[in-house]
Design a protein around this ligand. Sequence first.
Ligand code: SIN
Length: 299
Amino acid sequence: MESSVSAKSLETSPSLPATVTPSGNTLGAEIHGVDLKDVSDEAFAAIHSFWLDHLVVLFRDQQLNDEDLLCFSRRFGELDWAPIQESGRRFVEGFPEIYVVSNVIENGVPIGSLGAGEAVWHTDMSYLEVPPKASMLYALEAPPAGGDTFFCNMYEAYSRLPHGLQQRISGLGLKHDATYNSGGYIRQGMSAADDPVSSPGVYHPLVTRHPETGRLALYLGRRRNAYIGGLSLAESEALLDELWEYATRDELTWRHHWRPGDLVLWDNRCTMHRRDSFDPDSRRVLHRTQIKGEARPSS
Ligand code: SIN
């Protein structure tokens, strides 16, 4: 976490023998002094609460194998299986919940998804009726430069909208496209579809209430093939462009530069994320888990 090093304020919890350094941005915090292989119930409760408060939390210098990653992930709830990779590969052998994010090619076959290009702003798997409530990404290998991941705060995106715009989007539903992933690749089992009105996807409210914090958030999913039900395509495109412009302003984002051993946990109900491109000749290997949502997003 670039900005955490310079953050001024420290928070501590009596139940967590660790310090928390907020990033200084509207979201993001680093939790120091925790070994994720060994988290007591009290420490877990504190981590859970910091995560709800800061939306994205970083743990550095972890040494986790896939079992450890699954074990910590399951503390938050049942896990979703990973999406099928662009290559058709389903998952890490024996670990169907682990999604490999990587540009590495072995024996002519990519070992993971999303390549080395930009991954555009999105919320994970929002094309599902019940999208995952959280995701965590653990870095095994990181490039020396590039490949940074950015997160944005969708509570703030909503609360900073002009009142008239908040009223205008109240009650509207947005279709979340199932065709393309954030790297622009067609998902397994889908065919190219570029008409937002007819492309396959699932509708969710544009404004959702977080089931744990009760706060309202703008829920945009991803821009490509998004469509606001009941509007003409032109009206939908214009309104979405306006909303996206608010949601991805620099002041609502926080940037993370990866080191091997970093684990980042984020709340999919109130954040989006994107990733910078990086040199395709350098290696980037991360393992992701997705924690199942408990209910459809609702307002
Ligand atoms: C993801 O969208 O889950 C991957 C983000 C990244 O590669 O940093």
